[in-house]
Design a protein around this ligand. Structure first.
Ligand code: SF4
Length: 187
């Protein structure tokens, strides 16, 4: 993981290296049974170099605690390690240049459960593992078995916490899904 950190910190594989303040490698334990994966860092993450800070990070912490989990038990990261300007969606070419870092991180951590947060992250994993394309509204909180390079793994899609801030009706569903995730991890 230290080697990946060194590579990412000096990475200039795509144009996002010119606009980032800090790379956001992800954080948590390397023994994590659960890895949460978002799409890309936002403004606060870019400033701090830490994943999921700011209001969606605070909500995520509260949801994790209610499910009997904490950041110390899991690993949280993003597919892309540098913030796209104005939080635009990452380009396919940027994802292509960056995804290898996350896949290497996942191979090192070897999690039992990968939880993509939000449609973009879900879509990435669907494409990566040849799964049927479905939107987050149809598959959130459901277990999808995948054969990943690091072994058999459960994909457990979640709404992105930011979506639950802007669309409050999703909050209850996200709370329920997070509890299911906590139960799944304790088996
Ligand atoms: S987004 Fe990824 S590929 Fe692009 S510069 Fe940052 S670390 Fe490198």
């Amino acid at each position: 993981m230290n080697q990946i950190t060194t590579q990412v910190e000096s990475c200039a594989n795509c144009g996002l290296s010119e606009t980032r303040t800090k790379v956001v490698l992800g954080a948590g334990t390397l023994d994590a049974k659960i890895v949460l994966v978002g799409e890309a860092p936002g403004r606060k993450e870019d400033e701090s170099g830490l994943p999921f800070v700011g209001s969606s990070g605070k909500l995520l912490d509260r949801l994790l605690a209610a499910a009997g989990l904490s950041r110390d038990d899991i690993f949280i990261g993003n597919i892309i390690k540098c913030r796209p300007p104005k939080n635009r969606r990452p380009k396919k070419s940027e994802v292509g240049q960056c995804e290898g870092y996350m896949m290497e991180q996942l191979e090192i951590i070897n999690p039992a459960i990968v939880a993509p947060m939000g449609n973009s992250s879900l879509s990435y994993f669907q494409e990566r593992f040849g799964l049927e394309k479905q939107v987050i509204g149809d598959v959130h909180g459901k277990v999808i078995d995948i054969k990943a390079p690091w072994g058999r793994t459960k994909l457990f899609p979640l709404y992105h916490p930011a979506a639950a801030i802007y669309r409050r009706h999703l909050l209850g569903e996200l709370e329920e899904d997070m509890k299911k995730l906590g139960e799944l991890a304790s088996k």
